[in-house]
Design a protein around this ligand. Structure first.
Ligand code: BEZ
Ligand code: FE
Length: 276
């Protein structure tokens, strides 16, 4: 196996995987190699362009830490995250649709009683959030666990505020016996995903904006049901049709209503799919 050229090298690499004992791994790595090689041939990649790609990925790694995940962001803006979510969450009619997880979920957020204010000092117009968690037959799911997170009115999640020690506008709640949940938070605002790293460069080079329509994140778990990772969006947001990460679903758009006292409220019911 010598003197490989730009055509014969692909099969040579695939042949090296002949002894892989994990068939799923083999399928994935072989397909990845074929597509990567085809891509390089199709665009006739130069060595300088290859190096620019390596440099880009190196800088994605360098900026990533426990609070900043540039690789998830990259996957999000390339539509890879939503493609994977859409393909793996084809739920029966009536179940709440899933959307992107995003990089701002934090494990172990504080637990709040129903009715509590989870904003915990986050800047924003007060908003009361309520709804019910049900099964596909419409029966309430008692004690479903809800993990909720959102940005403040400046479009920043708590983890993006340098030096902020406590959780803000995020928390865990447990639905009551009738599957009901309710809590106080703040009005969701449209925000820009982080653009101060390599992904920002990519967006600028592509002539794209970096905005996400206003939304509130939910992750809902209950024994016997598929975990649901989703958002509730605000109707009339300017970015619903150009979300930087392609996550909008019509069924997830709700009317966040302004009350006479200037505060808001939103109601949204979730339907979990039975676990497979
Ligand atoms: C988010 O909604 O938190 C998010 C999703 C994808 C990229 C950046 C942020
Ligand atoms: Fe978000």
């Amino acid at each position: 196996m010598r003197n490989l050229d730009h055509h014969t090298i692909t099969q040579a690499v695939l042949d090296r995987h002949a002894n892989t004992d994990n068939p799923r791994f083999k399928l994935i790595i072989d397909s990845l190699i074929r597509h990567l090689h085809d891509f390089v041939r199709e665009v006739e990649l130069t060595e300088a362009e290859w190096f620019a790609g390596i440099d880009f990925l190196t800088r994605c790694g360098a900026i990533t830490d426990s609070k900043r995940q540039e690789f998830i962001l990259l996957s999000d803006v390339l539509g890879l995250s939503m493609l994977t979510v859409a393909m793996n969450n084809d739920k029966p009619e009536g179940c709440t649709e899933a959307t992107v997880f995003g990089p701002f979920h934090v494990e172990g957020a504080p637990h709040y009683e129903l009715g509590a204010d989870i904003s915990n000092g986050a800047r924003g117009t007060p908003c009361f959030v309520q709804g019910t968690v049900r099964d596909p037959e419409g029966r309430p799911i008692p004690h479903a666990k809800l993990d909720v997170w959102q940005s403040d009115e400046d479009g920043l999640y708590d983890v993006q505020h340098e030096g902020l020690a406590q959780a803000q506008a995020r928390g865990m709640l447990t639905a009551d016996e009738q599957g009901r949940f309710y809590f106080q938070s703040i009005l969701a605002s449209a925000y820009s995903i982080p653009t101060d790293g390599p992904v920002g460069e990519l967006l600028r080079a592509s002539g794209r904006h970096s905005w996400r329509p206003a939304h509130l994140h939910f992750m809902i778990k209950a024994p016997g049901f598929e975990t649901l990772i989703t958002h509730v969006f605000r109707k009339d947001d300017d970015y619903l049709d150009s979300d930087a990460v392609f996550g909008v679903r019509q069924s997830l758009i709700a009317d966040w209503m302004r009350k006479d006292d200037g505060t808001y409220e939103v109601a949204f019911d979730f339907v979990l799919n039975a676990a497979k």
